[in-house]
Design a protein around this ligand. Structure first.
Ligand SMILES: [Zn+2]
Length: 137
């Protein structure tokens, strides 16, 4: 690598850092806006479906809010695991014999602290060894 390339890559990484900061700020702002909207819809829904009427005990308000938080947690977990599976290599080596095989997506139920959630993960099947395996990360 010559000095011109080094200077060029520094320039690009500086621009990249600025653009990453802007993207992060934009995403935080969008998330905050969406969370506020979700809270607004949740309150309207709790009034519409009759869960919250008049002046309820605070534990009713807190309980319903907590359920919504757990629901959001499960959705985020599913999304994170789905993106993780999508970013993995499409093939994996059998840990026993080393043969490379095509990985297949499989649904798995995960018991999280916020309730059961279904996630996608990639699993390999080696016909030679007649066994399923999870690819090494
Ligand atoms: Zn094998």
């Amino acid at each position: 690598m010559d000095s011109k390339e080094v200077i060029g890559s520094k320039k690009i990484s500086s621009v990249g850092a600025d653009s990453a900061k802007k993207r992060t700020a934009d995403l935080k702002e969008r998330l905050e806006r969406l969370l506020r909207e979700v809270a607004e819809v949740e309150v309207a829904l709790s009034r519409a479906d009759g869960t919250i009427r008049g002046v309820p005990h605070y534990s009713v308000i807190e309980g319903r809010a907590h359920e919504l938080g757990q629901h959001l947690s499960r959705l985020v977990q599913e999304r994170q695991m789905g993106e993780l599976a999508a970013s993995q290599a499409p093939t994996g080596k059998c840990p026993r014999c080393g043969k490379r095989v095509q990985l297949q997506p499989r649904e798995r139920t995960i018991k999280s602290v916020d309730g059961d959630t279904t996630c996608q993960e990639l699993v390999g099947h080696c016909r030679r060894c007649r066994r399923f395996f999870f690819p090494a990360t």
